[in-house]
Design a binder for this molecule. Structure first.
Ligand code: ADP
Ligand code: UVW
Ligand code: MG
Length: 397
C-alpha cells in the first residue's frame, strides 16, 4: 500500500488528506477551522465524496487532530485498513537550510522553529501541526515538504536583494520564494498536458490563490519567483499588498502614528484586493465589479496590471516563453481575471480563445487560440498530492 496522510496546518486551520499515491486516489479529506478562536466549522469527506459537517471548538492543533481521528472512526475509511505509511507536512519556510523533503527529527523541528523568524505567520502553525500529528501517529515517519525547496535553484542574481551584503547575510535576508510545491507540480503537469519534456520548456506559472506568486520555470527548474524573504512580496493578494516601496513602511512608522504590529497587520491582513476593493475573496470582488462597484473594478485592474508586469519581466528573463500557466483558486476559476491579465499581449505571441477561456472545467486545458505562439493553459494545482508523492519517495529511500 502507498497510503500517505497529508497535513497542511495553517495558523487557524487544519487541512488533511489521505491519499493512495500509487492508485492516484483520494481516500478522505477534511478541514477544521477557527482553531484557538472558539467554535468553528469542521468537515470530513470520504472516498465516495460524502461529507459530514460539524461545529467544533478546537483549542489547538491537538484538538483538531482528535476531531479528525473521530471523523475517520465514525465515517471511514478505516485507518486500520488504510493505515498511512507516512505523514507528509507542508512547511512554508525552509530557509536556505532545506533543499528537499526531509524526514522530521527533533533536530529538524528545532530548525523549523528557528526559521519562524523568517515566516512568523506560517512556521509556528506548521510546527504545531507536526507535534500534534506525531502524537496521533507515533509509529510512522513524518516528512516535511517545504514551500521554498523548489526555488533553491534560483541564481544569486534572482535571489539577492541589493542590500548591504553584511547586513543581509547576518540576518539571512534574501528572496526564498514560496508555493514551490505548487509551481513544481503545475509546471510538470503542464508539460505532460503539452506532451513535451519539461526540460525543454520555458514556462511562466501564475499561482493565483489567496496568496499569489509568479514563477519563471526554465527546463523544470525555478529561476525566479515573485515572493521574497516572506510571502508578502510580489503580486497583489487577497489581503496582502505584494510589492510596495519599503519607504512606505518607514513613513507609516514615522508619520502615520502606527507601531510595527499595526503596519504588519496592515500589509498582511488589511491590504490587497480587500484593502483596495473592499473584498478579500476574488469571487466577491468580481461580482461587485460586474455590478458597477468602481472601487472593486479598480482593484481588479491593479491586480491584473501587477500580474502582467511579472509576465513581461519573466518573459525577458527567460528569453522565450513556451507556456503561461494559470493555477490555484483564482487562476483556475476566474475567467475575467485571466482575460484582464492577458489583454494586450498579442504582440508577445499570446492569443486567447475567449470561448475556451470562459469554459468551466476542473481539468487541465488550453485557453489559447490554435494560432497562438505561446500556449496558455489552466492547470489545476494539487499541493496535497505532490506532498504525498514526495513524502512516499523519501520514505521509500
Ligand atoms: N469561481 C471563482 N471565481 C473567482 N474566484 C474564485 C473562484 N473560486 C475560487 N476563487 C478564489 O480563489 C481564492 C482562493 O484560492 P485558493 O487557491 O483556494 O487559496 P488558498 O489555498 O491560498 O486558501 C479566493 O480568492 C477565491 O475567491
Ligand atoms: C506561502 C503562502 O502564501 O501560502 P498561502 O497562499 O497558503 O497563504
Ligand atoms: Mg494555497
Amino acid at each position: 500500500m502507498s497510503v500517505v496522510l497529508v497535513v497542511n496546518s495553517g495558523s487557524s486551520s487544519l487541512k488533511y488528506r489521505l491519499v493512495d499515491v500509487e492508485a492516484g486516489s483520494v481516500l478522505a479529506s477534511g478541514l477544521v477551522e477557527r482553531i484557538g478562536a472558539g467554535p468553528g466549522p469542521a468537515a470530513h469527506t470520504d472516498a465516495s465524496g460524502s461529507t459530514i459537517r460539524d461545529e467544533f471548538e478546537a483549542r489547538d492543533h491537538h484538538d483538531a487532530f482528535a476531531w479528525m481521528l473521530r471523523a475517520f472512526e465514525a465515517h471511514g475509511p478505516s485507518l486500520a485498513e488504510f493505515a498511512p505509511v507516512a505523514v507528509g507536512h507542508r512547511v512554508v519556510q525552509g530557509g536556505a537550510r532545506f533543499f528537499e523533503p526531509t524526514v522530521i527529527t527533533e533536530l529538524v523541528k528545532l530548525d523549523i522553529d528557528e526559521l519562524s523568524v523568517l515566516a512568523p505567520l506560517h512556521n509556528p502553525a506548521n510546527l504545531a501541526g507536526i507535534v500534534a500529528a506525531e502524537r496521533a501517529f507515533p509509529t510512522v515517519p513524518h516528512v516535511a515538504v517545504f514551500d521554498t525547496a523548489f526555488h533553491q535553484s534560483m541564481p544569486p542574481a534572482a535571489y539577492l536583494y541589493a542590500l548591504d551584503r553584511e547586513v543581509a547575510e547576518r540576518h539571512r535576508i534574501r528572496r526564498y520564494g514560496f508555493h514551490g510545491t505548487s509551481h513544481r507540480y503545475v509546471s510538470r503537469a503542464a508539460a505532460e498536458f503539452l506532451g513535451r519534456p519539461v526540460e525543454e520548456l520555458k514556462q511562466i506559472v501564475l499561482h493565483l490563490g489567496n496568496g499569489a506568486s509568479a514563477c519563471a520555470v526554465d527546463g523544470g527548474r525555478s529561476v525566479e519567483t515573485s515572493m521574497g524573504m516572506t510571502p508578502l512580496e510580489g503580486l497583489v493578494m487577497g489581503t496582502r499588498t505584494g510589492d510596495l516601496d519599503p519607504a512606505v513602511v518607514l513613513h507609516l512608522l514615522r508619520r502615520g502614528g502606527m507601531g510595527v504590529d499595526d503596519v504588519d497587520a496592515l500589509l498582511n491582513r488589511r491590504s490587497g484586493i480587500l484593502g483596495l476593493g473592499g473584498h478579500g475573496d476574488m469571487r466577491d470582488l468580481t461580482v461587485a465589479a460586474a455590478a458597477g462597484d468602481e472601487r472593486a473594478a479598480t482593484a481588479l485592474e491593479v491586480y491584473a496590471h501587477r500580474v502582467r508586469a511579472y509576465v513581461g519581466a519573466y518573459a525577458a528573463q527567460l528569453g522565450r516563453v513556451d507556456a503561461i500557466v494559470f493555477t490555484a483558486g483564482v487562476g483556475e476559476n476566474a475567467a475575467v481575471v485571466r482575460e484582464l491579465v492577458l489583454a494586450g499581449l498579442e504582440g508577445f505571441g499570446v492569443e486567447v480563445d475567449a470561448a475556451r477561456n470562459a469554459e468551466r472545467s476542473r481539468a487541465a486545458r488550453r485557453i489559447s487560440a490554435g494560432s497562438s505562439r505561446v500556449e496558455v493553459l489552466v492547470v489545476p494545482t494539487d499541493e496535497e498530492f505532490e506532498i504525498a508523492r514526495q513524502t512516499l519517495e523519501v520514505v521509500a529511500r
